[in-house]
Design a protein. Structure first.
Length: 309
């Protein structure tokens, strides 16, 4: 622990790997390297990749491992400053005006000072992430940035460059200590270079079979070993097909959990057909795998595992 009681930042890439794995986030060395550098350089970390590969989980794990608050800005189309940054508490301001009038206050400048005081400021995620006195610098997750528009991206430039926000009525609010910023995108559209330049970048890919198997062992400890091997092999083969949406790690975990709840010890065509809704989310993909192709995949997986011993 540091003098202020917080968990210290990792001092090396190996410590970063150990820190994340201690909280059950298995990380390959390249990702651990860019996480370590982002922490040491106090730069935002831009994580791009398919949905369900564990980008959001990086922020959650860091917050838990470093004992920091997690502040999440979930992006969506039409996100504006009032929802993301701040807004004024209008009912409280109106009450302040009525009380001032009742007390006979006629000084317009004083009244404006009173109604635009910080006590009437509602802090949304961006402003919360810049911190308040006595609060540890949080982990600030800007999730699925590609869902917003370019105007909101432009607004974020000041936040990511100087860790500050300008409020016309109050002035500039600057973070005493920069938050740990994690930005994720599923690449449904390209993010502008001006924002990317302010960040360290990493593409998060699907894990290989060995890593995904270890993830299942940690996240679903009740899943039988033979079943874990079969379902991981099956998911790995699914990702090689031309599906509308490949299953992510989150879906693999859901599938393993579902099969464990059904007390399954091994995969069979009927079980796969009955539980595909936990793994695939589009009917065209499900219909394709429920047919002969799904049976062929299972046969290939079992043959491969039998050959491997």
């Amino acid at each position: 622990m540091t003098q202020d009681g917080r968990a210290p930042l990792p001092a090396s890439i190996d410590e970063t790997i150990a820190l994340l794995e201690a909280h059950d986030y298995l990380v390959e060395r390249r990702l651990a390297t860019v996480v370590f550098l982002a922490l040491r350089m106090k730069r935002p970390l831009f994580l791009e990749g398919e949905a369900g590969v564990g980008k959001t989980e990086v922020a959650k794990t860091l917050a838990a491992a470093l004992d920091r608050p997690l502040i999440r800005l979930q992006c969506y189309e039409g996100l504006d400053v009032a929802s993301a940054v701040y807004e004024w508490n209008y009912p409280a301001q109106m009450l302040e005006i009525r009380l001032s009038e009742a007390a006979g206050v006629r000084d317009r400048e004083r009244l404006e000072t009173d109604i635009f005081a910080e006590k009437h400021l509602i802090r949304r995620p961006v402003l919360q992430a810049l911190g308040q006195p006595g609060m540890a610098a949080p982990v600030f997750l800007i999730d699925e940035l590609d869902r917003t528009d370019e105007a909101f991206e432009a607004f974020l430039l000041e936040v990511l460059s100087d860790f500050q926000v300008t409020i016309p009525e109050l002035g500039t609010i600057k973070a005493a200590e920069p938050p740990i910023v994690i930005i994720t995108t599923n690449r449904t559209r390209e993010i502008h270079d001006a924002l990317k330049r302010r960040c360290l970048y990493h593409w998060v890919d699907y894990p290989d079979a060995a890593q995904e198997l270890e993830i299942i062992r940690r996240k679903v400890p009740g899943c039988a070993d033979a079943l874990s091997r079969q379902l991981v092999g099956y998911v790995q083969r699914l990702r090689s097909l031309d599906l509308f949406k490949n299953p992510g790690v989150a879906e693999t975990i859901d599938w393993a959990t579902a099969l464990t709840e059904l007390d399954k010890l091994a995969l069979d065509p009927e079980t796969i057909s009955d539980t595909l809704g936990t793994l695939l989310k589009y009917q065209d993909d499900i219909a394709r795998i429920q047919g002969d192709e799904g049976k062929r995949l299972l046969s290939d997986v079992k043959a491969e595992l039998l050959a491997a011993g």
